[in-house]
Design a protein around this ligand. Structure first.
Ligand code: GLY
Length: 315
């Protein structure tokens, strides 16, 4: 069996590319890295890699992580700047016994020294969106924070190995040095090849309060299906947060187990892409349902057309 699942419609082309590897018995790690690189490289996705939106100072600081579900090896970067593919740097770091999570200048210097491709990652379009936002925030006294869609991927290969990865430019207009859940093990991602894996997208500050990726893997390990584990972890924690913290930010989780079964749960409208040996790559849309369940439907052409228009709309 092989399978791969990823957050948001933006991951679909990456899933198509990763599928081509998985059918040829390439590793789950290669599939995760390939899928995420596709998202990092596409200039119209404004929350990941090239074209991502910057912090309040206009600097694009990126976070990424990679985890090998066979060995538990993890590599991560936070606040890395002007490196084309942060996910590849994170994967390389996962091979290091020490110093495997690098932040800020240390992360960027590591990537440069290791020969990873350097690139000016702030596009003219992203700069324009930032300039407009700075003006609006000053004029209307707005809450500056907006947008935090991470690409998170979990893959299973024909040899039953699993891997997970994330990549994000984090919260738009974040303070310099702010780090979200995406590079944090247990919050943004977690995978154990003997159980399954999970990954998150949404407000990092809230996701890290619940360690939801680890919680979903733990629940799958105690016998829950991926869907039941996602429902239990996401809706249970969202309620708890509202009661004890006063509010819960938007968040969505994806999961796949070692049999290639998958699940998602979300407290907002959420799209995702999935492919397995038995299911063609498909984009779905999910909403929170009644009694802590998730409603999942195939995406419509109207939704896809409107999305295409929205991401390419003039600034
Ligand atoms: N989930 C991405 C972030 O909050 O940075």
């Amino acid at each position: 069996m092989w399978g791969i699942i990823a957050t948001w419609r933006m991951a679909h082309e990456g899933i198509l590319a990763a599928k081509e590897l998985l059918v040829k018995e390439r590793s789950a790690g290669d599939a995760v890295e390939t899928a995420i690189k596709c998202v990092e490289d596409y200039p119209y996705y404004k929350s990941v890699g090239y074209g991502g939106l910057p912090n309040e100072e206009g600097v694009l600081e990126m976070d990424a992580a990679f985890m090998d579900g066979d060995t538990f090896a993890i590599g991560a970067v936070a606040g890395i700047v002007d490196i084309k593919n942060p996910i590849s740097v994170a994967r390389k770091l996962s091979k290091e016994k020490f110093n495997s999570f690098r932040v800020g200048a240390g992360a960027t210097r590591y990537a440069q020294a290791e020969g990873f491709e350097q690139k000016e990652m702030l596009t003219e379009r992203a700069k324009k969106i930032w300039e407009k936002r700075v003006e609006e925030v000053a004029k209307h006294q707005l809450d500056p924070y907006d947008g935090h869609d991470t690409v998170g991927v979990v893959a299973l290969d024909e040899l039953s190995s699993m891997a997970a990865g994330t990549s994000s430019s984090g919260l738009f207009m974040k303070k310099s040095g702010r780090v979200g859940d995406s590079p944090l093990s247990g919050s943004g991602f977690y995978v154990d090849s003997e159980i399954g894996g999970a990954a998150a997208t949404g407000l990092g500050e809230d996701l890290m309060k619940g360690c939801l990726s680890y919680e979903i893997v733990r629940l799958m390990g105690s016998g829950y299906s991926p869907q039941d584990a996602c429902d239990q972890a996401v809706y249970g924690f969202s309620e708890k947060l509202k009661k004890r913290y006063g509010k819960a930010g938007a968040f969505s989780l994806i999961a796949m187990n070692k049999e290639g079964q998958w699940g998602v749960a979300t407290n907002v409208e959420f799209t995702f892409s999935v492919a397995t040996k038995e299911t063609e790559p498909t984009i779905f849309i999910a909403h929170p349902g009644e009694n802590q369940t998730t409603v999942i439907e195939p995406i419509t052409q109207e939704w896809l057309d409107a999305y295409e228009k929205r991401i390419k709309a003039p600034i």
